[in-house]
Design a protein. Sequence first.
Length: 317
Amino acid sequence: MKVLSPNKKANIKKAFFSFLIAFAIFYLLLSRINIKNVVEIIFNSDVKLLVFAFIIYYIGFIFKSLRWKILMGNIGLEVKLTKVYEIYFLGQFINSILPGRIGDFYRAHLIKKDYGLARSKVIGTIFIEKLVDLSFILIFLVISAFLVFGADIPKNFREIIIILGIFLVVIAIISVSLISNLSIKWISLFPKSLQLMHKNFIEAYSESLNFKTFPLLLLCTLSLWFFEFLMFFLVTISIGLKLKISLVLMVILIANLLLALPLTPSGIGIVETGIAGALILVGVKNDIAVSVALLNNVVGYWNQVIFGFVAYLRYNR
């Protein structure tokens, strides 16, 4: 079964070059620390806490899946939570091996394949999902930054927040434009297939959020971010690093913001550099900061690659 693209060679090249970028970033990161110390720190970490972090990671997937199930339910598609969980996890697996967030489109592909819903409609629900998360990141990144730095927020950090805010405003403007009458007239100039895709996307985008299910969506979003926070917190204390809650929150938000960059699979290399950089910025020693970043990578990335591959083979057998 051809899953991602009829041109498999192109996907292999994309994966190769994206991992090359990731390894180059890792090399630069590791060249600035004492590797022997980092290895020692990692091997002396509390395995029980890391196993707990691993479990917490997958509990968080339940709330991610439930939120997506609600969004799809709002556009008329009812799917069992176990099935949504499986498809969501497979999408994350594809994201972990290919750049460009292709796994999100793979989710749409699987829903189309199993339930017949147009891919463009499914993409509409995923777009809402991403918009909700970006809004959450911006709000709590500002709050956590003020709690960590007070009024003396570093210039680079302020710039990140401003850029993210501008990005969300642009997305809001584009969203309003998409559902305007002008957009409908403009899209009429294109082939009917594109007009249908636009119509499906707009319908899903408009119907995904409603007042009836919004409280549950909000609860799911807060819950999934709580488990993201808890997972990273467990990783930090597994090596004996004690951080303020606001700092843990700030770092995990930065990590997820970098995760959205499509340069490498699941932001590998970029995310670890961001985590280590943020920790070093607030005074954590280089070796400890990199150890935390690498352990977080093991819990949140490599286990996803391994178990995702097993799930992928099971799904396509």
